[in-house]
Write a protein that binds this ligand. Structure first.
Ligand SMILES: [Mn+2]
Length: 341
């Protein structure tokens, strides 16, 4: 060991001794008020797998209780059933509740009724922009550029030597696999890859098989109405003062949904009205072909999409985007840019 290394060890020992209680916990223990048992953890509205499992895991590791933010999609239900985990109760009566957020920071995706001054912590992997929450006091906010919120929680738990049960490892694994589309999305990072290995071993699950089961469950939309498909994995945004909506359906085989395009367009108009949006987009994302099929249903939307994506519509009036899987990194940024100019 070199002298330099010794010095570093000595320094970190001193730091550890000086602050014996500082086991960090995403710095949550450094809060003036640690996470209390009545704090409710939840994610964005229209819950997906990452949002749901991250709320459950955060409550487990940091204290507080997990809540869900709506009806779970088929993929999330598949994960909870497989791991024998109960669906968290629906978040309600939030007016006076202490809350902590996972997987988002935008007010456009926040459950109604939440007093933003009662937010205790945020764990997220999205950019801090487009109407983020606003707070009257500093709190612990952890945002890392990784593939899922579950990655951040798993990393922190391992970092602090916490016991990750088989079930918890399975849940966190599902969050990473879901958001990164089994490490295929451009949002995937090295840390996601490493943690999929670690967690699948802990959970005693084959990651590829687990992901395939999840995606199969999510792709089974034959009994789901066009409206529920459009708003099933859906997010609201404010871009340059305009209210924008963007829904996606990630499926293993796009042919079934491509046969329902007219029906889906009708549902988009209904969703645009219900969500009070100026423009609303919907993409069928073919996970195997790595192709996104973006639908529009108004002249305005078509104009925006054509500027954003720079491709001509196909014979069905669809914008076909090759090598595109991510709303966050690919489809939405292009829309934002088109609306900013
Ligand atoms: Mn996420």
């Amino acid at each position: 060991m070199t002298f330099h290394r010794l010095t570093l060890v000595a320094l970190s020992l001193t730091a550890a001794m000086a602050l014996p209680c500082q086991s960090a916990d995403l710095d949550l223990s450094l809060n003036a008020q640690p996470i209390s048992s009545d704090t409710l953890w939840f994610g964005h509205t229209t819950p997906d797998t990452d949002t749901t499992v991250s709320a459950i895991a955060a409550a487990e590791f940091y204290g507080g209780q997990a809540r869900s933010t709506g009806k779970l999609n088929k993929e999330t239900q598949f994960v909870l059933d497989k791991l024998n985990v109960k669906t968290p109760p629906l978040a309600r009566n939030l007016e006076n509740a202490k809350v902590a957020l996972v997987d988002f920071n935008q007010t456009t995706q926040l459950m109604k009724g939440v007093d933003q001054n009662k937010i205790q912590a945020v764990i997220d992997h999205h950019a801090l922009r487009d109407n983020p929450i606003s707070l009257s006091a500093p709190i612990s906010i952890v945002i890392k550029p990784w593939g899922s919120a579950a990655t951040i929680i798993a990393d922190d738990a391992l970092d602090h030597g916490k016991t990750i049960s088989k079930t918890m490892a399975g849940l966190l694994l599902a969050g990473i696999l879901s958001d990164t589309l089994n490490l295929k999305s451009v949002t995937t990072t090295q840390r996601d890859r490493e943690l999929v290995k670690t967690l699948s071993a802990k959970a005693n699950l084959n990651a590829d098989d687990f992901a395939q089961g999840m995606f199969k469950a999510k792709s089974d939309l034959s009994d789901v109405s066009a409206y529920d498909i459009v708003v099933g994995d859906y997010k609201n945004y404010i871009v340059n003062g305009q209210d924008i909506g963007f829904g996606v359906a990630e499926v293993l085989d796009s042919s079934e949904l491509l046969g329902r395009v007219d029906e889906l367009r009708g549902a988009m108009a209904k969703a645009r009205k219900n969500q009070k949006r100026e423009q609303l987009f919907f993409a069928i994302v073919d996970m195997q072909k790595k192709t996104a099929y973006v639908l529009t249903n108004s002249d305005k939307e078509t104009k925006t999409a054509s500027k954003a994506y720079g491709v001509k519509q196909n014979s069905q009036g669809i914008f076909v985007l090759e090598d595109t899987l991510s709303r966050k990194r690919q489809m939405m940024p292009a829309i934002k840019k088109a609306l900013a100019d």
